[in-house]
Design a protein around this ligand. Structure first.
Ligand code: AP5
Ligand code: MG
Length: 206
């Protein structure tokens, strides 16, 4: 199955993507994760990406589209994929249409007013990438799955999150209409607990 996960920053794309990729046996491709790993490795792409990510802005379409195009050409994407955080502009969606036919676009809908708290309280495992929230960690600093160290993402501070939410409204939200018109959109209420959101998504995907 070729799936796109759409949603504002903090809507739960990464959290659901890990679970959905396992259920449907497709690779989880997160452009945010790809950029963070390039930043960590000090690659030329990482250097470009960092200058945008630190300000909460989008990395230019031509850089992002090329990365995804090359990734989707790999063997493990033959039977499908789960894109998390791509496309994020109408231009990216049109570019994707040129090299792959998306079957379902899941829009995880959470009121914008709830997202700041979700993101600023997020901690991620530095080893396996699992996301947690301080409200449920009981002070723990290590990953419940692999015991890796939990860290806070550099772009998870209030100022950057505020720009990311503005960018979402201006540049990414129009994709809901774009995919709605194509007839592939599935809307899911993302304001429940993680298990309930997962069940609503799988009920609609089949
Ligand atoms: P990216 O890494 O994609 O970040 P994002 O879209 O801002 O989304 P997040 O990862 O912050 O949120 P999420 O929806 O994955 O939520 P999560 O599951 O972690 O992108 C980062 C940057 O890279 C961008 O700003 C941009 O600069 C660049 N970039 C990436 N893709 C790009 C593209 N295509 N084009 C251009 N630039 C690009 O959950 C959040 C928190 O909530 C966690 O603490 C989690 O535990 C908690 N939570 C999750 N679900 C629930 C629930 N149901 N109830 C309560 N809490 C929950
Ligand atoms: Mg994410």
């Amino acid at each position: 199955m070729k799936i796109v996960l759409l949603g504002a920053p903090g809507a739960g794309k990464g959290t659901q993507a890990v679970r959905l990729a396992e259920k449907y046996s497709v690779p989880h491709i997160s452009t945010g994760d790809i950029f963070r790993s390039n930043i960590k490795g000090g690659t030329p792409i990482g250097l470009v990406a960092k200058s945008y990510i630190d300000k909460g802005q989008l990395v230019p379409d031509e850089v992002t589209v090329q990365i995804v195009k090359e990734r989707l050409e790999q063997d493990d994407c033959k039977n499908g994929y789960l894109l998390d955080g791509f496309p994020r502009t109408v231009a990216q969606a049109k570019a994707l249409d040129e090299f792959s036919e998306v079957e379902k676009v899941v829009n995880i809908d959470v009121p914008l007013s709830k997202l700041m708290r979700r993101i600023t309280g997020r901690r991620v495992c530095s080893k396996c990438g699992e996301s947690y929230h301080v409200d449920y960690l009981n002070g723990s600093l290590s990953c419940g799955k692999c015991e890796g160290e939990l860290i806070q993402r550099a772009d998870d501070n209030e100022e950057t999150v505020s720009s990311r939410l503005d960018v979402y409204t201006a540049q990414t939200a129009p994709l809901v209409e774009y995919y709605g018109e194509k007839g592939v959109l599935v809307n899911v209420d993302g304001d429940g607990n993680i298990e309930d959101v997962f069940n609503s998504i799988t009920a609609q995907l089949g």
